[in-house]
Design a protein around this ligand. Sequence first.
Ligand code: UT7
Length: 345
Amino acid sequence: MVSGSSAVGQPFRAASLRRVKIAGLSTFVPPKLLTNDDLETLVDTTNEWILQRTGIQQRHIVDPGTATSDLAKEAALGAMRQAGVTPEQIGFIVVGTTTPDTIFPSTACVLQTKIGANNAWGFDLGAACSGFTYALTTGMQMVASGAHDHALVVGADVMSSIIDYKDRTTCVLFGDGAGAVVLSPAAEDEAGIIDFAHEIDGTGGPALCMPAGGSRMPASHETVDQRLHYVKQDGQAVFKFAVRKTEEIARRILNRNGIDPSELDLFVSHQANRRIITAAADRLGLPPEKVIINLQMYGNTTAATIPLALADAIREGRLKRGDLVLLASVGAGFTVGSVLLRWAL
Ligand code: UT7
C-alpha cells in the first residue's frame, strides 16, 4: 500500500482508483445550550415561531475563547480512535469550515498540531453548509488515488462567532458543533463511498453572506458599527433554492447510479430547516423513517450538520453497516453537494 507521497519516501504515482470507506466517525458539541426561551429574552421572537418555521428547539454554543479547532480536535480524536488509526498515520487533513480560528493560519494547521498528526498536510475548505460533503469528496480523492492511506475529514463551525444576536431573522437558526470522519481504503467488495455530485452557483452569493472582513471590505470601525461582520440572509431565496436543489442533486446522483429513491435506507440532508428537509424528502417520495432530522437539538451547525446527523442515526439504530445512504447539502455560495455511499461501520 502507498504510504503517502508527502512523507519522505517513494514518489507518488497514481494507480487505479481504490474504493474508500468511512472507517471512523465522531462528533462534538459544546455543553452550553441556547434555547428558544433564551432567544425570547434577546430578540422579538417566540418559541412557537421558531418551532413552527424551523423545527429548532435548542443550539449548543461555545463559551468565549473556544474556537473551531477546539471542537474539531475532540471530534477528530474520537474518529481516529474508532478507525483504529494513530495521528501519525493520517496523511491528509481537510477542514470544512466557515468560521476558521483565524483567516490564517488555517484551522487544518492548528488541528494538525493539536492532535499530533505529524505526517499530515492539509487545508481548510470554504463551502459553507456544503463544507462536509465537499471535504468528504476531497479527502476521498486522496485515499482513492493512493496518495494517502488515511485522511481526516472534518466539518466544524462556531457559528455563534459570526451571528448577530440582535437580528431575529438569523440568530434563531445557527449553533456550534463539529464532526469528523477518518477515510481509509476499502476492499473491492466492502461497503464504501460510491459517487459524489456537486455544483456551485455564484449568482446566489448575495442571498447568504458575511459582507465584511475579507479583502473586499476589510475590518474597520465603520464595518463594525454597521454590523457587517455577521451573517446576512435572504431567508426565502435560500429556502426555495435549497428545496429545489436538494431534490435535483439527489435525483441526479441516484439516476446515474441506476438507483430509485425507494432503494435508499437513509437520507441525510444538511440540517437548516425542518421544512426544507421534509419538502425535499416528500418530492423524492421518501417516508419519514428514511429521513434523519436532528436540527431540533443543534440548529444549523453549517459544516457539522451531516456528521452530527449520521452519529445520531447510529445512536438511534437507524443506520447500520451495509445501508445505502445519500448525503445532500445546500449552502452559501450557493454550494450544492451530494455523496452516495454504503455505510461501512
Ligand atoms: O444552511 C443554508 C442556510 N440557510 C437556510 O437554509 C435557511 C433558509 N431559510 C429559512 O429557513 C427560512 O426562510 C427562515 C426560517 C429563515 C424564515 O422563515 P420564513 O417562513 O421564510 O419567514 P419569512 O422570512 O418570510 O418571515 C415571515 C415573518 C416576517 O414578518 P412579516 O414581514 O410577515 O411581518 C419576519 O419579519 O416572520 C418574521 N420573522 C420572525 N418572527 C419571529 C423573521 N424571523 C423571526 C423570528 N421570530 N425569529
